[in-house]
Write a protein that binds this ligand. Structure first.
Ligand code: NAD
Length: 350
């Protein structure tokens, strides 16, 4: 894509840098997008996904990096937003040379972009990357307390966001007896199911991977549902923990829940879908506001790492969410607009 068409791309939002790269040695190719570095270097995971076209990969990189800017600002971290998306199959294409190729592209950005684990990558992959670049975080620390996987912290933050949503919507601190439908029970969805189960919540779960569903059926007494049926299930809360764009023209009329609160990045296919949820009286927890737990975790890399410090920090998401909901109510705006306002003020947009 030429620079000119990048600037007219619908998801281009004054991104500071967009790097397309191809490593001839390993054949790895992808896009690294840096959205904004006003508060600090951009940070965001390295996603491996079998994108069928470069345009799809670019769109994801632009949208996800922008989301990271908002997420870091709302969590009050001195970081900006970036993302690496790699056009490959995470099950078959990974090798040391492959990660060396990605690391070299990261190095080309001279520290303006810091990478981490994401969909399709693992902490082990980040340990391999660390051999070739210093610009990587989310590594194992104090192994008795933490194996470097940010997902449990992300799930804990989402759980806090669900608690705040329940408080705001149902005026209660009680979770027992509520039903939560979880779309995607991979790393984040799995840990979330355990927290919900421990709180006495009934869980309905789906995943494209049947083994993942079986895990939460066995361990958390979840009820399985087919992936295409998740949008229409009767539940109190829907928690999207798979991929983005699941709130769209096809799904919006199917929802039978009072709250949507989950960790998948970019859940609204378009901003107008936030207004459509509001019109249907569905409370929407802006995804970047409640999924910051993993990002908070990776800022704690280092030998003084204490798990409890991170958990205390992540639990502040509860308060942030209540503030977002109250601000939205006071000003008669959407929660997503209220969260955007707070974030944009912090990263210098307004
Ligand atoms: P993951 O790959 O471990 O899990 C995602 C799961 O969703 C997989 O099991 C996959 O089979 C399933 N899935 C994909 N499409 C689906 C569909 N249409 N219906 C049902 N299931 C489907 O990834 P993860 O780390 O758990 O991340 C989940 C989401 O949360 C992603 O959007 C990610 O960007 C976001 N997120 C993750 C973290 C983290 O710490 N891992 C942090 C912030 C945000």
């Amino acid at each position: 894509m030429s620079g000119l068409s990048l600037f007219s791309h619908p998801d281009y939002d004054s991104h500071e840098r967009v790097l397309h790269f191809f490593d001839a040695n390993s054949g790895v190719q992808g896009v690294i997008a840096i959205h904004n570095t006003y508060r600090g270097p951009s940070l965001g995971g390295c996603r491996i996904w079998p994108y069928t076209t470069g345009a799809e990969a670019l769109t994801d990189a632009l949208r996800l990096s922008r989301g990271m800017t908002y997420k870091a600002a709302l969590a009050n971290l001195n970081l900006g937003g970036g993302k690496a998306v790699i056009m490959a199959n995470a099950k078959t294409d990974k090798s040391e040379e492959f990660f060396k190729g990605i690391a070299q592209a990261v190095n080309d950005l001279c520290g303006k972009y810091i990478t981490a684990e994401d969909v399709g990558t693992t902490v082990k992959d980040m340990v391999v990357m660390k051999k070739y670049t210093n610009h990587v975080v989310g590594l194992p620390e104090n192994l008795d307390q933490d194996d470097g996987d940010p997902s449990p912290y992300t799930s804990y933050g989402i759980f806090q966001g669900i608690l705040a949503s329940v408080k705001h919507r149902f005026k209660t601190d009680q979770m027992t007896g509520l039903t939560v439908a979880v779309q995607g029970v991979g790393k984040v969805g799995y840990h979330l199911c355990h927290l919900l189960h421990a709180a006495g919540v009934k869980i309905i779960a789906c995943d494209l991977d049947e083994q993942n569903v079986a895990r939460v059926v066995n361990e958390c007494q979840a009820t399985r549902v087919d992936p295409e049926k998740i949008y229409g299930v009767e539940a109190d809360i829907l928690s999207p923990c798979a991929l983005g764009g699941m709130i769209n023209d096809d799904t919006i009329h199917q929802f039978k829940v009072a709250v949507i609160a989950g960790g998948a990045n970019n859940q609204l296919a378009l901003p107008r879908h936030g207004a459509a949820l509001h019109a249907r009286k569905i409370l929407y927890a802006p995804d970047y506001a409640i999924s910051a737990g993993g990002l908070i975790r990776v800022t704690y890399d280092g030998k003084d790492f204490q798990r409890q410090d991170v958990m205390d920090h992540v639990s502040q998401i509860y308060q942030t969410m209540l503030e977002v909901y109250n601000r939205a109510e006071e000003q008669g705006i959407l929660p997503s607009q209220a969260a955007d306002q707070v974030a944009e003020k912090r990263f210098g947009k307004i």
